[in-house]
Structures are given as C-alpha cells and as structure tokens.
Design a protein around this ligand. Structure first.
Ligand code: PGA
Length: 252
C-alpha cells in the first residue's frame, strides 16, 4: 500500500444541523489517532449554515472544513439567497466544492463554474472541481470529449492551478450504488491527468479524486488504482462510522 497522501473528502450535501457536530468530532478523533498510521487528509464539506459553528468548535489541524458552492460574484451584491467565496472563507472553510453535477443540472455552465473557481481562488480556498459525464454521454461514447470540455471550459492558465483538485464523478454513479469498472476508471483518471498536463503545458501532475457511490465495501477495489489521489464521498460521509470504515478498509 502506498504512503502517498490521500484525500478523504466528505460532501454532506443538504444534510446536518448543529447536533451533527458529533459526526465531525468522531472523524476528527479518528484522523488524529491515525496520523502515524495513514498519510491522509480529511475534509468535510458541510452546509454553509454550519461552517462557522463547526469551525469554532473543532479547532483541529487533523480535519478541514469545506463549503459546497458559492456565488460567482465576490463582493456584496443584490443576489438573494447567495453567499460569496469571501463570506465562506470568513466562516472558516479551507476548501470548496465547485461544478458538482447536482448544481450543473440546475443550470451551472462551464463558464459560470470558471467564474466561481476564479472567485474562490482569489480567497485562497482550495477548489474541489467536479467533472464527469452523464449516462447519456457515456452511452454516446462522449466521455473523453466531455471531460476535456469541462477542464478547458472552467480552468484558466492564469489560475493558481496548484490549489485546484479535480474530482472525477460520473453523474450516473452518484447516489446510485453503481461504480465504474476499475480498468475503465483508471483510464479516465490517467486521461484527466494527462489532458491537464497537456493543456496547461505543465509537468506538475494534478490531484484527481474519484467520487460516486464510494462505500466501505467497494473502497477496497479502488485501492488498486495508484493514480487516484483520494475520494469525494457523499451519502456515506453523513455517518462517522461509514466514513471511518472507508478509510480503514482502504488501507487494509
Ligand atoms: P455519493 O455522492 O457518494 O452519495 O454517490 C458523491 C458526491 O455527490 O460527491
């Protein structure tokens, strides 16, 4: 098993209240305890309403907090119901998920996501940039061209790309209990890394996570792909036990 740093990032989606702090607390204790054993970085991306409260309570260097989206405009403005990257940063987040398919399906385009990434990077937030094909696109054999379009359409050579972590999340695998075939997944992860290097003319290999129905059973399959730098975990991150078991089983 590799000793390379691996990211385990939870995406709580629309879940949680102040009482859910106990979940974060257990994950924090586990992360602290396992520092010597595993080389991991744990991040929990929670609803914006919980960031400040959790941040005040957790005070830990073993776990970081993240947000799940922001408005593209970074100054105060007439955007009812929205929060900016700067407001999120001030609430204690170090990371932010952008381009999630659940927001793309609500109308977010590659261009809008690009503005959001720019805004988040200007606040020195680390961006977890989600890309992935729908089932229809997969069936039409468009996966590689979609991934290419998403990368080129939302990232810019001028961005501080070292603060961007890509997350490959096939839309058809999110919340469905379906995961890609391991050899096909490895091919996609390698493609994303090489496409990124080619397009941005860099030797630096970007971090690429996998997300979509990751659980404490199938995680053992993913550990055979060394190119995966970590996981974006949705449903299973809403339980401390499931989230911790994922990490434990990854290193089994
Ligand atoms: P899931 O979600 O693990 O529940 O499939 C992943 C995600 O949406 O990031």
């Amino acid at each position: 098993m590799t000793n390379k740093l691996k990211y385990f990032i939870g995406n709580w989606k629309m879940f949680g209240d102040f009482g859910s702090f106990k979940i974060i607390n257990k994950i924090n204790k586990f992360s602290q305890k396992s520092q010597q054993k595993f080389n991991i970085k744990t991040v929990l991306c929670v609803p914006t309403t919980l960031l400040h409260f959790f941040n005040k309570k957790i005070k830990s260097k073993y776990i970081s907090l993240g947000a799940q989206n922001c408005h593209h405009h970074n100054e105060y403005g007439p955007f009812t119901g929205s929060v900016s990257a700067s407001m999120i940063k001030k609430s204690g987040a170090k990371f932010i998920i952008l381009g999630h398919s659940e927001n793309r399906s609500g109308g977010e385009t590659n261009q809008l996501i690009k503005k959001k990434i720019k805004s988040a990077l200007s606040e020195k937030l680390r961006v977890i940039f989600c890309i992935g094909e729908t089932l229809k696109e997969k069936k039409a054999g468009q996966t590689f061209s979609i991934l290419k379009k998403q990368i080129r359409g939302s990232l810019d050579k001028k961005f501080n790309l070292e603060s961007v972590i890509l997350a490959y999340e096939p839309v058809w695998s999110i919340g469905t209990n379906k995961i890609p075939k391991i050899n096909q997944l490895q091919e996609k992860i390698k493609f994303i890394k090489s496409e990124f290097k080619k397009y941005f003319n860099t030797k630096k290999v970007p971090l690429v996570l996998y997300g979509g129905s990751v659980n404490n059973k199938n995680i053992t399959l993913f550990s055979s792909i060394p190119e995966i730098d970590g996981f974006l975990i949705g449903g299973a991150s809403q339980s401390s036990k499931k989230f911790i078991d994922i990490i434990k089983n990854y290193y089994k």
